[in-house]
Design a protein around this ligand. Structure first.
Ligand code: CAA
Length: 262
């Protein structure tokens, strides 16, 4: 598809809003279980990249009781060759162009990890393939107790390519990540919580109140201290101990001065 011509968020199947410190991204194509496409990814990326520092939390959820059934399978249907973003249209390009295009598709998945805010996926129903990867792109995941996630890509002859492999390994470790991906099995909410994929699992009826409580706790403390701490933790695995210690004390100088100033 031509990513130079952004589709407005609602037409792309996304509803976005900002209410004080909280921004919300609602995947809103319930008739196809919030299946994702390139227009949706561009709209989400544009929204996230436009957020100001007033926003401290980004909530991602799906309409109609499900998070997302993953890639819109119409795009891989050879009969849908004229659909923008279809596989047939995409593969008419060179390998290098396809690699660049997928890089563009990865934008919202990367933007969700921006340490300026804490992103929370609220997973109801299921999060499959690109849906699971979008939940993985978020810092935290709350799941309904009957919800499940699935890295379906290998079962379709594909690899997970929407920036989901790194957070999956970080959350559950290499061996469990490999087992989940290679088998493409469903992982239920309680297992997800036990292995570190979900931070909370509650009855579906309690998702909203759980989210409200979490957002309240995440925004209760000094915004800069939380943001700097988020940056330290998010970058920790890529730094040596000495680099991490330097990053900690460098961040602390500014915080100490701010505390003294009151
Ligand atoms: N793309 C397009 N349409 C989809 C869809 C998808 N991924 N998932 C569901 N739909 C559509 C169905 O075709 C159906 O449409 P109709 O009403 O016109 O028939 C409608 O949504 C409702 O679907 P179901 O009746 O199947 O609903 P369900 O609640 O019984 O089951 C489901 C839901 C388990 C998600 C099942 O629909 C399903 O397995 N969908 C396919 C999931 C999938 O394989 N996704 C791709 C993952 S791989 C990926 O995402 C690739 C990548 O990142 C690179």
């Amino acid at each position: 598809m031509n990513t130079d011509e952004p589709v407005p968020a609602p037409e792309a199947g996304v509803r976005t809003s900002v209410d004080g410190a909280v921004a919300t991204v609602l995947l809103d194509r319930p008739e196809v279980r919030n299946a994702q496409n390139p227009a949706m990814w561009a709209a989400i990326a544009d929204f996230l990249e436009s957020l100001t520092d007033e926003v401290r939390v980004v909530v991602v959820r799906g309409a109609g009781g499900t998070f997302s059934a993953g890639l819109d399978l119409a795009l891989v249907d050879p009969r849908e060759a004229n659909t923008p973003g279809s596989l047939v249209e995409t593969l008419a390009r060179s390998d290098e162009e396809v690699i660049d295009l997928i890089g563009e598709y990865q934008r919202p998945f990367v933007a969700l990890a921006d340490p300026r805010f804490i992103s929370i996926a609220v997973v109801e129903g299921y999060a499959i393939g690109a849906g699971f990867q979008m939940a993985l792109g978020c810092d935290l995941r709350i799941m309904a107790e009957d919800a499940w996630v699935c890295m379906k890509e290998p079962a379709l002859g594909l690899v997970p390519d929407l920036a989901g492999t790194k957070p999956l390994v970080a959350a559950v470790g290499y061996a469990r990540a490999l087992e989940i991906c290679a088998t493409a099995r469903k992982v239920g909410a309680h297992e997800a919580e036990r292995i570190g994929l979900a931070q909370s699992v509650v009855p579906a009826a309690d998702l909203d109140s759980t989210l409200e409580g979490l957002v309240g706790s995440l925004t209760a403390h000094d915004a800069t201290a939380v943001r700097r701490t988020h940056e330290l933790l998010a970058g920790a695995s890529a730094r040596s101990l000495d680099e991490q210690r330097l990053a900690e004390r460098t961040a602390q100088v500014g915080q100490l001065r701010a505390v003294l100033r009151g």
